[in-house]
Design a protein around this ligand. Structure first.
Ligand code: TXA
Ligand code: MG
Length: 344
């Protein structure tokens, strides 16, 4: 199958390509679409065959449920039940935006979407391009991140092409994702809301609106035979080909540790302020300044993918501190490192 890349960066100029992508979706095809967080691998949420194609194309385990993407608020009531009145405050604060909310599902959402769970995750993206694609497809779209299962998420059309060329008919190119980390997921189906995945919207911003939010880091990593709350959490994730060592702690000390341990031909990913420490390294990448972690969020998956292209044999990463977006970035990198974490 030939994979077309269609430019949808400008809604006015490129609307005909949105229509073309939507036509593929209506025909039951799978299409990569841009959102403000990461690219999604989309299909018609009410077409069983189309949904199954997502699992095949990604190599996604069958027990990992999909998020449903809507383009107007009312649609959440079409597919979910038991939404309390107080939830309005949360909708007002975060929707449209990069927070995914989980509610009890109505029967119209199939078990294939939710992998048999009684709940469904709903995502109402901020991106006007994403919303135009959903609207034009005249259905709702299920969409996991558009990477092959286990790989770093895709934050550009080029990343999608590298993973999906020949497997899907079309990639809609909306340019690089503005945030670069997946949405923050909150389970609203329990008596107190539970944070299932830290993400694009920081914990502090969520807590301002949901003071009783339950967040236990332990809940997010699952060992042995335990059943995780968000099934996707049990897999090795976000992982480039080369092993990753994540170095956490005071910035000056972590930079020093990497300097002492990284070999010349290894890759080092560190904050801009420490680039000078690694003049002798062949593959050195900047996460931007540690003072604002937006750049780090936006670049991290791209940098992991760049290391893959260069075939480096080891990647050392200087961890951000645990506040704000740093918490979400660390969550991804701890999974990418498969537990190879140095605390200093
Ligand atoms: O930003 C995002 O959320 C992106 C864009 C494309 O919208 N999507 C995304 O989807 O990251 P995915 O499938 O890669 O990650 C969704 C996570 C998975 O870990 C999945 O197990 C979990 O959400 N999940 C989905 N439905 C769930 C449910 N009903 N209950 C608990 N966890 C759920
Ligand atoms: Mg994913």
């Amino acid at each position: 199958m030939k994979t077309e890349i269609l430019n949808v960066k400008d809604l006015n100029v490129n609307y005909k390509n949105i229509v073309k992508g939507a036509e593929y979706l209506r025909k039951g095809e799978v299409v990569a679409i841009p959102t403000e967080t990461v690219y999604g691998l989309a299909a018609d949420a009410f077409n069983e065959n189309a949904i199954k194609k997502i699992f095949e194309v990604k190599g996604r385990p069958q027990d990992n449920p999909l998020l449903v993407h809507i383009y107007k608020l009312e649609q959440v009531y079409d597919i979910c039940k038991d939404i309390s009145k107080e939830t309005k405050k949360i909708f007002d604060a975060f929707w449209p935006g990069s927070v995914t909310l989980i509610f009890n599902k109505k029967d119209c959402i199939s078990d294939t979407v939710t992998a048999g769970m009684k709940t469904v995750g709903v995502r109402f993206p901020e991106s006007k391009i994403a919303r135009a694609i959903i609207k034009e497809s005249r259905t709702l779209l299920v969409a996991p991140s558009a990477n092959l299962s286990g790989k770093p998420s895709t934050t550009s059309a080029e990343h999608c092409y590298n993973d999906l060329n020949g497997k899907i008919p079309c990639i809609l190119d909306g340019g690089p994702c503005s945030i670069g980390l997946e949405s923050t997921i909150i389970d609203m189906s329990t008596s107190a809301p539970v944070l299932l995945r830290p993400g694009a919207i920081s914990l502090d911003d969520i807590r301002n609106v949901i003071p009783n939010l339950i967040y236990k880091k332990d809940l997010l990593s699952v060992k042995g035979n335990e059943v995780p709350k968000a099934p996707g959490m049990k897999y090795r994730h976000y992982a480039p080909d080369a092993p990753v060592t994540l170095v956490e702690g005071d910035y000056t000390k972590t930079s020093q540790w990497i300097k002492e341990n990284a070999k010349e031909d290894n890759a080092v990913i560190c904050f801009q302020e420490f680039l000078n420490d690694f003049k002798s390294c062949q593959h050195i990448y900047s996460l931007g300044s540690f003072k604002t972690l937006n750049t780090a969020a936006q670049k991290i998956f791209d940098l992991l993918r760049k290391c893959d292209k260069l075939n480096v044999n080891h990647i050392y990463i200087q961890a951000p501190n645990d506040r704000g977006l740093g918490n979400s970035i660390i969550n991804r990198l701890e999974k990418a490192s498969a537990g190879d974490i140095i605390h200093i």
